[in-house]
Design a binder for this molecule. Structure first.
Ligand SMILES: NC(=O)c1ccc[n+]([C@@H]2O[C@H](COP(=O)([O-])OP(=O)(O)OC[C@H]3O[C@@H](n4cnc5c(N)ncnc54)[C@H](O)[C@@H]3O)[C@@H](O)[C@H]2O)c1
Length: 365
């Protein structure tokens, strides 16, 4: 095993899921949170997951006992002193994470590898909060982390390449599929997934179709298992709002759809009709717009070396269940058709056509 003992800070949705997965894969894990109740909740979530897996015949009773025994809880950072990798999964707020890393810096040696599960913050900025930023990187797991195989391994500006490779191996050794990523807002997956959801809301705002219709067209044109409105209701629209806002620095196309912006942080769900017919005369326009909102950021990522086309496709398939992975789909549609579709974004938002459009046909080669 590439790391012997892993500390997880934050026993919430992500921390408990990561801990569940690692302990199941044979790693000793210490999970830490600020209160005993939070730690207990995190450990209970792991136990529940293992028991369900046993009921389904996916884990033996002995495996359940062994995985549970590898998990311990703590409310004090000092309990992480013997860990050789520590993954932070606390609130998504720079000052809160920075304060934690500064305190952690004083508790653990400067050779201990430190990782953040941030979705929105710059890994390179967080790395500056500790001595020796070369041992700092992003390990961005996807929800539900206990089962979702994708992890974006994010290279900060100062991350030591050997530590980066070690973490890639660690992910592979713990049954995950790592995607090597540059430190860029949205990394490899949210960079296109969030704008695709945002575009669905724009289509609804413009009255081009109903939510059920847009979901139906998305299933057809991108092969998604569930359409954007079903997924946004699961993720929560307010999370999509924050995620889209985080992509703002990438330019005008990444502005927030009207409804998402107006409703902001409020708790709501999109109404999805029973009948998915909507306005069938607009099916083609909707398909073009959803594909454009997916293809454009993906091509920009390839331009910027955020991740490889093959890894983006792997993430789309495994993390998001896109039946038609974007690069493979672009390759099959061909350069002219992709150029036509992507110009819906470049013309409307005054962006440059990504130069990678020239590679369409062999994006994954
Ligand atoms: N939820 C998702 O779908 C998802 C997916 C990928 C990444 N992320 C990222 O993972 C991180 C955690 O998200 P979450 O959804 O698990 O949040 P959460 O609110 O479910 O859990 C956060 C936990 O951190 C604890 N915490 C807060 N400050 C702490 C501190 N100083 N020391 C120790 N524990 C502390 C809280 O008590 C809470 O239990 C965030 O950065 C988020 O952006 C979330």
């Amino acid at each position: 095993m590439t790391f012997k003992q892993v500390g997880i800070i934050g026993a919430g949705t992500m921390g408990s899921g990561i801990a569940t997965s690692l302990a199941q894969q044979g790693v000793e894990v210490v999970i830490m949170d600020t209160t005993a109740e939070a730690v207990e909740r995190g450990l209970a979530a792991a136990t529940k997951f293992y028991n369900r897996a046993a009921e389904k015949g996916k884990m033996s009773e002995a495996d359940v006992d062994a995985a549970s025994a590898r998990l311990t809880g703590a409310t004090d950072l000092a309990a992480l002193a013997d860990c050789d990798l520590i993954i932070e999964a606390i609130f998504e707020e720079f000052s809160v994470k920075a304060d934690l890393f500064k305190r952690l810096n004083d508790v653990v040696g400067d050779n201990v590898v430190l990782a953040t599960n941030t979705s929105a913050l710059r890994v390179s900025d967080l790395a500056e909060t500790v001595d020796n930023p070369s041992r700092f990187l992003g390990l961005h797991y996807f929800n539900p982390a206990a089962i979702n195989p994708i992890v974006e391994v994010v290279r900060g500006e100062k991350t030591d390449p050997a530590i980066f490779d070690r973490c890639m191996d660690f992910c592979r050794n713990t049954a995950k599929k790592p995607i090597a990523c540059k430190d860029s807002f949205g990394f490899a997956i949210n960079r296109f997934f969030v704008p695709y959801g945002n575009e669905a809301v724009r289509l609804l705002d413009e009255g081009l179709g109903t939510a059920a219709q847009i979901d139906r067209v998305a299933q057809d044109c991108l092969g998604v298992a569930a359409g954007p409105f079903v997924v946004m209701n699961l993720v929560k629209p307010k999370i999509m709002f924050h995620a889209q806002r985080n992509l703002g620095p990438h330019g005008a196309f990444y502005s927030i759809a009207k409804t998402l912006a107006e409703r902001g942080d409020s708790d709501y769900a999109f109404e999805i009709e029973e009948d998915a017919t909507g306005k069938p005369e607009n099916d083609e326009v909707i398909a073009d717009r959803l594909r454009a909102a997916t293809f454009f950021p993906v091509l920009q990522e390839v331009d910027e070396d955020v991740a490889t086309a093959a890894d983006i496709d792997m993430g789309a398939g495994l993390a998001l269940r896109f039946g038609k992975a974007p690069c493979e789909l672009m390759d099959s549609l061909g350069k002219d058709e992709v150029r036509r579709i992507v110009s819906l974004v470049t013309d409307n938002y005054d962006h440059q056509m990504p130069v990678s459009v020239e590679k369409v046909g062999s994006l994954r080669a």
